[in-house]
Write a new protein. Structure first.
Length: 169
């Protein structure tokens, strides 16, 4: 039964990865301290609703933020079975609004197709190094966004987005 569940989860994550995690390379920052001179050149956030999965949180482990990465802590204090993967997105706060940090990769890119189970009562750490995708971040206010599934069964899940804010000094 566990093998079948693992295969179904892997298939679901593969569909999500192919549909939502492939992207084309974007124009990198212009070098003015990590910010484009004109925010019109940046994509505003499409994640207006975040952290709305009752009882499930994502925070940053104290002392782990660097210009190259950080460690997240996921906690599930709900009765829901949750799944999350490798996908993440960085945004930077400019003039009080969130904008996507442009990737530095030319061409297509993707994330490893793996699912991490976050069962009720679980607490897990997840480490990321974003230098391969965004380069070294300059000083500023940022947030990392990850999707997480409230997984009830094959084809029966809701996708939520978790965000954690951090500062690069």
């Amino acid at each position: 039964m566990r093998k079948i569940l693992a295969l179904m989860i892997a298939a679901l994550l593969l569909v999500m990865a192919l549909g939502g995690c492939m992207n084309k390379g974007a124009t990198p920052y212009d070098g003015t301290n990590g910010e484009a001179e004109n925010t019109n050149d940046l994509k505003p956030t499409k994640y207006e609703t975040v952290n709305d999965l009752q009882g499930v949180t994502m925070t940053i482990k104290e002392g782990t933020v660097s210009p190259n990465g950080l460690v997240l802590i996921f906690e599930n204090d709900s009765d829901k079975n949750c799944l999350y993967g490798q996908f993440f997105l960085l945004e930077k706060k400019l003039d009080g609004k969130w904008y996507e940090v442009p990737v530095t990769i030319e061409g297509d890119y993707g994330f490893e197709d793996i699912g991490y189970e976050l069962a009720p009562g679980d607490k897990q750490e997840w480490e990321t190094d974003w230098q391969w995708l965004y380069g070294k971040l300059n000083k500023g206010e940022y947030r990392i966004i990850k999707d997480i599934l409230d997984f009830r069964g094959t084809g029966d899940f809701d996708t939520h987005y978790l965000a954690a804010e951090f500062t690069v000094d």
